[in-house]
Design a protein around this ligand. Structure first.
Ligand code: PNS
Length: 159
């Protein structure tokens, strides 16, 4: 069995920062499963199907990347997929505390599954799905922040 990593997130919507992490992760792991948390309590802008579809379109050129969704505990999903790692992107110090908590809890739940952090490319260190939605809501350009398909989808949502 090769190395299989899950890259989890809300991806509401996927940004160039996410894609940077997925692309770099796909060079290190044999397979990367990008998986969207189906979190009904978060009131997302894009439905789970829309988020999965946008991820599929924007990662289609990466042969060892697949896209899926999950409910419930991440660690259970990772085990069901027979993956052995979790990949997360770290932007700034502000991400650290939350990510440390998540990685520690996940290790307590299953010490055989390792969390790997990748430092976000500097050009995306300020980028988040929330910022992108805020900009799009007020008709500001998000061209350099998201893939073209996502920009079109955002324009459609806030039309
Ligand atoms: O893109 P996000 O919203 O920062 O992603 C957060 C995500 C999906 C990685 C995180 O919320 C998660 O793993 N949720 C699943 C529930 C879980 O396993 N929580 C950790 C133990 S309490």
């Amino acid at each position: 069995m090769g190395s299989v990593a899950v890259c989890p997130g809300s991806f509401d919507p996927v940004t160039l920062g996410h894609l940077d992490i997925v692309t770099r992760g796909a060079k290190v792991f044999d397979r990367v499963i990008v998986s969207v948390l189906n979190n009904r309590s978060k009131n997302p802008l894009f439905s789970i199907d829309e988020r999965v579809a946008l991820l599929k379109e924007t990662t289609a050129h990466l042969p060892n990347v697949e896209v899926d969704s999950f409910d419930g505990l991440l660690i259970e999903y990772v085990k069901n997929k027979q993956a052995n790692a979790i990949i997360k992107g770290l932007r700034a110090v502000s991400d650290f505390e939350y990510e440390l908590q998540m990685a520690s809890i996940n290790r307590k739940l299953d010490e055989d599954i390792e969390t790997f952090f990748m430092m976000t490319n500097n050009q995306y260190s300020y980028l988040s799905s929330s910022i992108v939605k805020e900009l799009a809501k007020y008709q500001a350009s998000v061209t350099d922040l998201v893939p073209a398909q996502v920009e079109t989808a955002l324009l459609e949502k806030f039309k």
